[in-house]
Design a protein around this ligand. Structure first.
Ligand SMILES: [Zn+2]
Length: 220
């Protein structure tokens, strides 16, 4: 277990270990993999302004290692104004990085209406339409509504102009998630587990892994 922030060199070593595993495929986030290997997907949720500050550095490292992550941007304006970083997101988008919406629509009772509003806001702020979304988790806050939303939206993505999301297992099932945002409630610090050092190995093939990171928790 390691407290954040964690050196990017540690992340690089982790990815290199994955790349050296012959039965593991590191997939582009937007890809759908079928086959006999374990698939690993990389997603960055851009929760804070600090995330944006570290994003370019993290992506440069990933592209150098042939990793193609998904990047999910909030448009609620609570922690940052997405339009202020329009050039950065447009540049990453042009480089083939999946830039999608990090939605909090379930915090409103009319979550479908809010999803549409956020989609429109994203397009206005960043100058291109999001193809995909991920969901901004807020601990237990409206957790049951969040799950209701996942189930309700899973087979209606196209109705809202989206091509994919990983919010529901019917869309993409993750059998294991590595994440950098575990919270030590005693100290208030975020930490990662040793799974970044020793990837827990699946019992059989065709398992999907998600590596969920927030760039604010990584440093040079
Ligand atoms: Zn989030």
């Amino acid at each position: 277990m390691l407290n954040v922030p964690i050196p990017l060199g540690f992340y690089k070593a982790f990815i290199n270990r994955l790349l050296a595993m012959t039965d593991v495929t590191c997939c582009g986030f937007a890809e759908t993999m079928t086959g006999n290997s374990t698939s690993v997907f990389f997603r960055h949720d851009i929760d804070t302004c600090e995330c944006i500050g570290n994003l370019q550095r993290m992506i440069d490292l990933e592209l150098e290692l042939t990793i193609n992550p998904g990047v999910y941007v909030r448009v609620d304006g609570e922690d940052y104004a997405a339009h202020a970083f329009r050039d950065l997101f447009q540049d990453l988008h042009a480089r083939g990085i999946e830039i999608g919406l990090h939605t909090s629509c379930y915090t409103k009772d009319n979550y479908f209406g809010e999803l549409e509003r956020e989609r429109t806001e994203f397009t206005k702020q960043l100058g291109f339409e999001p193809r995909s979304f991920s969901v901004h988790g807020l601990g237990d806050y409206r957790k049951s509504v969040r799950h209701e939303f996942y189930c309700a939206v899973a087979n209606r993505l196209h109705d809202f102009g989206f091509e994919f999301s990983d919010c529901h297992p019917s869309l993409r099932e993750y059998h294991y998630t590595l994440q950098d945002c575990y919270l030590d409630t005693a100290s208030g610090k975020r930490f990662i587990y040793d799974d970044f050092t020793f990837l827990p190995r699946p019992k059989d093939v065709q398992k999907n892994y998600l590596v969920l990171t927030h760039p604010c928790y990584w440093t040079v």
